[in-house]
Design a protein around this ligand. Structure first.
Ligand code: BTN
Length: 258
């Protein structure tokens, strides 16, 4: 594994830098969104905040980021989308899911494209932003000991904290280091063998067979979730028995119906 990049300029003046297994991690007390802070950082650099005041989720949703959760963004080097890098969000979700399983968290599953779920409750979400060609920012938000439903009561019953699955939960610094290690390993695997070399592990992490409502190409349709193919395309069985494959960029939204 190559060494961590030399300490560069911190993303904010008061950030503290620590070297973590091939990464440089900047830690700060408060950020708007760590993904935005990471947009100016070089590859293999990450930033973690104790809280976010403008955390962003997928589909431009706000993301409650209260103290006690893990709010971290990591910059990874990528290749062009036509070489399979469009599947990076799936690979990053796998890294998070497998890292948490390593701490004994169960039951866990991935939900398309990269939510980490325990049953029907969401433990962690990922937001992958592409600010420049050649790298991507992987933002990881995870409920650990925090109470997101206190900030947004509509989340009650839909979220879960790591502390409910692992007692006591790992400290945030230990968790952050393990996640960075896991992410580095899957990204190195993608560089060596493409997404195809991860697809079996990704498919083992879903629970397939859920009925889905899929919004794609301006229309809504139904199907049974079958996992992804070697290019990271969503596979569904249609009511007429045919199988469709859709690239992630074609799929606007997916809702699990059961
Ligand atoms: C989602 O499931 O909608 C994605 C949530 C991603 C949240 C994380 S927290 C760290 C990083 N900074 C952000 O503003 N968002 C991501």
């Amino acid at each position: 594994m190559p060494p961590a990049p030399a300490p560069a300029k911190p993303p904010m003046p008061e950030a503290r830098g620590v070297a973590v297994d091939g990464w440089m991690l900047w830690e700060c007390d408060e950020a708007g969104s760590t993904n935005d802070l990471a947009s100016v950082l070089p590859p293999w650099t990450a930033v973690r905040a104790r809280l976010q005041t403008a955390g962003r989720g997928r589909h431009q949703r706000p993301w409650v980021s209260d103290p006690g959760g893990l709010w971290m963004s990591a910059v990874v080097p990528t290749g062009p989308p036509e070489q399979g890098w469009a599947a990076l969000p799936l690979a990053a979700g796998l890294a998070v899911c497998e890292t948490l399983a390593g701490f004994g968290a169960r039951p866990l599953r991935l939900r398309w494209p990269n939510d980490v779920m325990s049953g029907r409750r969401k433990l962690a979400g990922l937001l992958v932003d592409k600010f420049h060609s050649g790298d991507a920012v992987v933002g990881i938000g995870m409920n650990v000991t925090n109470h997101p439903e206190a900030g947004d009561p509509s989340l009650a019953g839909t979220v879960i904290r790591l502390a409910e699955l692992v007692s006591p939960p790992p400290g945030l610094d230990v968790l952050a280091a393990a996640l960075l290690r896991g992410l580095r390993t899957v990204v190195d695997t993608m560089h060596a063998g493409g997404f195809a070399s991860l697809v079996d592990r990704v498919n083992a992490a879903w629970s397939t067979g859920h009925a889905l409502e899929i919004e794609a190409g301006g229309a809504r349709s139904g199907g049974i979730f079958l996992g992804v193919d070697g290019c990271g395309r969503l596979r569904v069985r249609r009511p007429d028995g045919t199988i469709s494959e859709m690239a992630a960029h074609e799929v606007v939204r997916v809702r699990e119906l059961e």
